[in-house]
Design a protein around this ligand. Structure first.
Ligand SMILES: N[C@@H](CCC(=O)N[C@@H](CS)C(=O)NCC(=O)O)C(=O)O
Length: 155
């Protein structure tokens, strides 16, 4: 499989042209560790897609480094969680909202900006993000305790 990918990379300028060739070589801006079912990961994935930056940020699974709790992954993110952005200049950034704000700021010139135009809309946006994270953390901690719903948690 690896040799097939190597051959594809070598042939890519001829097969796909120069632009695709860039996509197959090392990503220019960084790597995002994530898995498709992660709701927090989706926040980062969606932003990168909407800004047309999928060729610039390589998507990897923590399994590529041995899993969320492997020494290699924990060295990058001591929380042992996804998503994680590792920039090409060596910054290791956890927390989906922090990553999202970093990417919006870094790529502010690429539409959509994802910065609501009014104070009231920015407030609402912050509340939506905060509420999602709070509910999601609560659900996760209930699952860890073997309870699956709020009513089970209070019974
Ligand atoms: N506050 C974090 C939460 C991240 C989080 O809980 N991610 C989940 C997947 S959606 C995870 O990595 N769970 C694995 C674990 O907790 O061991 C964020 O916004 O990124």
């Amino acid at each position: 499989m690896t040799s097939f990918i190597n051959i594809l990379v070598l042939l890519s300028p001829f097969l796909f042209g120069a632009r695709m060739c860039v996509a197959l070589s090392a990503p220019s801006l960084g790597r995002v560790f994530d898995i498709p079912v992660s709701n927090h990961g989706a926040r980062v994935r969606y932003l990168i897609k909407a800004k047309g930056l999928t060729n610039e940020y390589e998507n990897l699974s923590p399994v590529d480094l041995g899993g969320l709790k492997s020494d290699e992954y924990l060295a990058l993110n001591p929380q042992g969680k996804i998503p994680l952005l590792v920039t090409s200049d060596g910054l290791s950034i956890p927390e989906s909202d922090v990553i999202a704000r970093f990417l919006c700021d870094k790529h502010i010139s690429i539409a959509p900006s994802f910065v609501p135009p009014t104070l009231r809309q920015r407030l609402l946006s912050d509340l939506i993000v905060r509420t999602h994270d709070q509910v999601s953390d609560e659900e996760r901690s209930m699952k860890h305790k073997g309870r699956h719903t709020r009513s089970e948690a209070t019974s």
